[in-house]
Design a protein. Structure first.
Length: 199
């Protein structure tokens, strides 16, 4: 490719496939964005921003901040990021403070409904939680000691198991194994006891 009288070597897919350095650089560039999105999803779940948009409807950054007891300026940045990434919809207005953001109905099962088997916000919580002991782990590598245990609370929740158990444990899994005979129907319904088991 000519540019300013110079011939520039092409770079792109071919180089990524044949050059180990380029391949690793390409891999690293794709690994970063999902991690960044996980951090913002973590904030939305923990601060109740998704739920507030779902239950209260579209909102400006100021309205959402009031609903959730958070800072408007920070919420505005979060909303703008989510709109740019396609997680939220926005009615564009010239004045940033007048823009109204909404959570698409199709995103509710993944970001709000913890009883839906498609609920995925817990993965962002897991990623953030897993990263917390990393500085201690660095020290452990250097001095040979064990890092301190990571407490389960407040984020060691079994959110990923809850929805699956509610959907399948009483309706499909237990009935299939009742009395040691696959396919035999249970004598008593089992779903009624599940909420207390998976809180």
């Amino acid at each position: 490719m000519a540019h300013g009288g110079c011939v520039l070597a092409p770079r792109g897919i071919v180089e990524a496939m044949t050059d180990p350095t380029e391949a690793l650089a390409e891999r690293a560039s794709f690994a970063t964005p999902p991690g960044h999105s996980s951090y913002t999803i973590y904030l939305g779940e923990r601060l109740g921003l998704y739920r507030a948009l779902h239950e209260g409807g579209p909102a400006t950054s100021g309205e959402l901040a009031v609903r959730t007891g958070t800072n408007e300026r920070y919420v505005r940045e979060w909303l703008e990021h989510h709109a740019a990434s396609g997680l939220l919809e926005v009615d564009v207005a010239a004045d940033a403070l007048a823009r109204r953001f909404s959570l698409p109905a199709a995103h509710v099962p993944v970001l709000v409904d913890r009883d839906d088997v498609r609920f995925g916000a817990y993965r962002a919580i897991d990623i953030v939680r897993a990263a917390r002991p990393m500085p201690d782990l660095v020290d452990a590598f250097r001095n040979g000691t064990a890092p301190p245990p990571l407490p389960w609370e407040p984020e060691g929740r079994a959110a990923d198991n809850r929805a699956v158990y509610l959907a399948y444990l009483g309706n499909e899994w237990l009935p299939c194994t009742h009395g040691g005979s696959f396919g035999a129907p249970p004598k008593e319904p089992t779903r009624s006891i599940l909420p207390s088991m998976v809180k």
